[in-house]
Design a protein around this ligand. Structure first.
Ligand code: CO
Length: 141
């Protein structure tokens, strides 16, 4: 892995938590969006060398809703930036790393994302995300 792209943080409400970041910590909101296939509303915050991804569940079936129910609000995952996610996924699988889904899925910002199985990663949920395949995007989003 080369660098961390973002840290995912589960929140009950983006509206309620955003002022902590933008007003108290004086960080900048990059964008908000909805990722229907993952059942979340997302807000990306610029934290300089890394982004923070606030994740609010859209409904009770969202994995984020289940996470908050079990553990409360807090750090949910760490995402590594990759290019050529299909190849990287295969390389990691060949090393014996298991993923929650076998194929990359569309994530926030049109990135392709895949999550590693947290039990094998010593309790941390790691995502790999690839922004390079986004149509019309020039490098970083
Ligand atoms: Co993420």
């Amino acid at each position: 892995m080369e660098k961390v792209d973002h840290i995912g943080i589960a929140v009950k409400s983006i509206e309620a938590s955003l002022p902590f970041y933008t007003e108290m910590l004086a960080l900048t909101l990059i964008k908000k969006e909805t990722v229907e296939n993952q059942g979340v509303a997302v807000a990306f915050i610029d934290a300089g060398n890394v982004k923070l991804e606030l994740l609010e569940p859209l409904n009770d079936l969202s994995p984020i809703a289940k996470f908050i129910e079990k553990k409360g609000e807090g750090i949910h995952h760490i995402a590594f930036k990759v290019e050529g996610i299909d190849q990287r996924l295969n390389d990691l699988k060949e090393k014996g790393i298991r993923f929650i889904s076998d194929q990359p899925k569309p994530g926030a910002g049109g990135a392709a994302v895949a999550f590693m199985h947290p039990t094998q990663a010593h309790g941390v949920l790691y995502e790999i995300c690839d922004h390079s395949s986004i149509k019309g995007a020039a490098g970083n989003e």
